[in-house]
Structures are given as C-alpha cells and as structure tokens.
Design a protein. Structure first.
Length: 261
C-alpha cells in the first residue's frame, strides 16, 4: 500500500496569470470621438481642477503606454511569486525523497505557465510505501520510523504529511507491541528449556548414584564370599595336634575334614 506526501505551502497571494481576470491598473477613460479628446472644456465658475485638465489632455498613446507599464509591473510580481513557489515546492519534495530512502517513488509536479512562457511548479507530491513488512515486526518498526522522518522532513510539512506521519506512528506502535510479545515468548521458551535441562541433569546424577551404590554392595558381597571360601586359620588345639603328629595319624593325606570349631 502506498500513499502520497504532498507539498502545500503557507497561505500566499494568489498567482494570477495575465488574462485571467485580474484587472490592471485603471487607465484614463478614452472618448469615442478622437476630435473631442483634444478639446478641453473651460471651467465654469472655477470649473475642473488642473489635474483633471491634464488627464483629459493626454493622448491615446500616452494612456496605452501607462497601461502597458502597469501590466509589466503586474507580470513582474506574478513572476516573483511563481519563482518563489517553484523553489519552495521542489525543495519540499526533495526533502521527502531524501529522507524516504527506497520507500519513496518519483515526484509528481503540478505546473503553471508564467507571463514569460515558462512552466513553474506550484504543487507536487511523492508516493511512499506505507505497508507493513509481513512476519517481521522489527523491519516494520524500522520502516515506520523512516516514513515518519520522510513525512516530517520539509521545513513546513503539509496537512497530508501530518496524516501520513500519524499513520506511520500507529504502525510503529503495533510493531513494538508485536516485538514485546515475541520477546516474552522467547523468554518463556528459554525458561522451559532450562527447567528441562535441570530435570535431565538430576536424573543422570540419580542414576549415577544408584550405580555407585550397587557397585559398593557387589564389592561387599565379593569380600564376604572370599572370606567364606578361602582358607581359615587353625585354632590353638588344632595347631597343637598338628605339631605333635596326632593330626596326621588321625587324618591321613587325601581325607576331608571340617576345620571349623
């Protein structure tokens, strides 16, 4: 989706081209009969003033020259206004484009022909992409901030520029909220992952303790078995019998005997 950033300058005098209905400075009235234009009526009882007499005595060529001079002054005023307006409009739109980066399009101007035949820019607009970046709130936030800068870049933003900036601020607020939700989800997932790792570590340690305990029991059983099956020491009586030779005569070699007391 795209919208337009427009240039509307502060109120200024209307720019009126020649022949558009703006009346030039009024010239003296021309008589229809040239023969009477040269005649000057004599004042009666004081009559007309000297200024009126001079005005009436002007020739048609003088009045035409005065009218042309008035038109020239008017044209000069119009050209000054058109030139100032053209410069203002172009600077306004260039500011939009420079701040908008790759999100702005080409400039579209509205022109007016001046008394000198030249075309002057009296209005303009720049298109700008105001759509959100699908699935990427961080990129959407960056884009919204760029749109705001582009809309407010001119020295005197227009009402349309303010509307575009307000829309971009709303888009930025939505993107920030989405980012906050995503970060909260990431924190929750990280906490759950840590809990799972802790549980697995506890299970591993418990299994290791069981193995060690079983090993200790087996060692004790082995030692008990060795004690039960290994040679047992002779008591004092048995040792005396062996020493005197009685044991050998009672139990010749190869016989089985229980040595336990």
């Amino acid at each position: 989706m795209s919208t337009n950033l427009s240039s509307i300058s502060p109120p200024m005098m209307p720019i009126v081209a020649p022949g558009s209905g703006l009346a030039p400075v009024a010239a003296a009235r021309e008589d229809t009969d040239p023969s009477t234009s040269a005649q000057v009526e004599q004042p009666e009882r004081g009559g007309r003033s000297d200024a009126t007499s001079e005005e009436a005595s002007k020739s048609p060529s003088s009045r035409e020259a005065s009218s042309e001079r008035a038109q020239q002054l008017q044209d000069q005023q119009i050209l000054r206004q058109l030139s100032a307006r053209d410069s203002e409009v172009r600077q306004h739109e260039m500011a939009h484009q420079a701040a908008g980066g790759g999100h702005t399009g080409a400039v579209s101007y509205t022109f007016q022909r001046g008394p000198d035949g030249r075309m002057y820019a009296v209005g303009g607009e720049v298109s700008i992409d105001t759509s959100a970046v699908s699935g990427d709130p961080r990129a959407t936030l960056e884009k919204a901030e760029t749109i705001i800068r582009a809309a407010m870049a001119p020295a005197e933003p227009s009402s349309q520029d303010h509307r575009v900036a307000a829309s971009a601020r709303a888009m930025a607020a939505e993107a920030r909220a989405e980012l906050a939700r995503m970060e909260e989800d990431e924190r929750t997932e990280a906490a759950e992952s840590d809990d799972m790792e802790s549980d697995q570590s506890a299970e591993t340690e418990s299994a290791s303790s069981v193995d060690k305990s079983g090993s200790s029991v087996n060692d004790a059983d082995s030692r008990a078995f060795s004690s039960a099956t290994g040679p047992q020491p002779l008591n004092a009586v048995q040792q005396q019998l062996v020493d005197t030779g009685v044991y050998t005569s009672l139990y010749p070699s190869g016989s089985l005997v229980n040595l336990q007391a």
